[in-house]
Design a protein around this ligand. Structure first.
Ligand code: ATP
Ligand code: MG
Length: 276
């Protein structure tokens, strides 16, 4: 699942790590791939990502196996992270001259043999080669939309890119999920934006929206997701609910469809039993 929106600060990273933690805590095996040189997802998961740590840069540029850079996330069983270091900032340019520059991540994931139920890829706020690698590697796209004015501006460009990648490189790719983030129910603006997004996208929009929550924004400074930092907070509960919607809807991963379906069925059971 590719978490993408080229607009900055809309909640891509927050959504990636909190959905991943929610899914893992309910029994799924989940890998987060941090594809943003800022390394925010790695920070939020408490993963070491200083310059000399083996990272997704090595995978993309030096064809290092993904298994050599993946680290387990402390405190959350079944959750793993391929970290991003600052090196990744150069990858956008270094990739240009490499063979199969758009499909290097796809190849790395295909060669990764550990069993997984979900892979979530956190994209940078741009539509360059890193994001294209994510779109080529992914089965589906999740777009977080911040409930603010301008929310839909620029989205056309992302959708056009999804269409281009589908047309040329990844025929199965589609936008499966829209998640409204930083929703403030007290403002008319937030509900207007939410309504507009629901009118525009329809069934792809999750029923659950994520409220603006101080606990959500505090969690990364402790190297944690809000799911472990404050499990009873409204932010944690809404991410768990959003994850539940995704799990129950029947998401499959195209790399190992057989495994994904079996894993998913088990996981559906644990999600529906585990959350009331
Ligand atoms: P970038 O484009 O820079 O990668 P992003 O789209 O990944 O940004 P985040 O980093 O997830 O966005 O979120 C931007 C900021 O908003 C962060 O400081 C984050 O802690 C905060 N934030 C995200 N979601 C919420 C929320 N529901 N409530 C309060 N703060 C939030
Ligand atoms: Mg981010």
């Amino acid at each position: 699942m590719v978490v993408a929106n080229q607009k900055g600060g809309v909640g891509k990273t927050t959504t990636t790590v909190n959905l991943a933690a929610s899914l893992a805590l309910h029994g799924a095996r989940v890998l987060v791939i941090d594809l943003d040189p800022q390394g925010n997802a790695s920070t939020a998961l408490g993963i070491d990502h200083h310059a000399s740590v083996p990272s997704i840069y090595d995978v993309l540029v030096d064809s290092r196996p993904l298994s050599e850079v993946v680290q387990p996330v402390m405190d959350v069983e079944g959750l793993f992270c391929a970290p991003a270091t600052i090196d990744l900032a150069g990858a956008e340019i270094e990739l240009v001259s490499l063979v199969a520059r758009e499909s290097r991540l796809q190849r790395a994931i295909q060669a990764y043999e550990q069993p997984l139920d979900y892979i979530l890829i956190d994209c940078p706020p741009s539509l360059g080669l890193l994001s294209v690698n994510a779109l080529v590697a992914g089965a589906e796209v999740l777009i977080p939309i911040q409930c603010e004015y301008y929310a839909l501006e620029g989205l056309g460009q992302l959708l056009k890119n999804v269409d281009l990648v589908r047309g040329h490189l990844n025929p199965a790719l589609h936008v499966s999920t829209i998640l409204l983030t930083m929703y403030d129910g007290r403002t008319r603006l937030a509900s207007q934006v939410a309504e507009e997004v629901r009118t525009h996208f329809g069934k792809e929009v999750l029923r659950t929206s994520i409220p603006r929550s101080v606990r959500i924004s505090e969690a990364p400074s402790y190297g944690q997701t809000v799911i472990t930092y404050d499990p009873g907070s409204s932010g944690a509960l809404s991410y768990i609910e959003a994850a539940r919607e995704i799990a129950l809807r029947g998401v499959t991963v195209n790399y190992d469809a057989q495994h994904a379906r079996v894993g998913h069925q088990n996981h559906q059971r644990s999600m529906s039993e585990g959350i009331q």
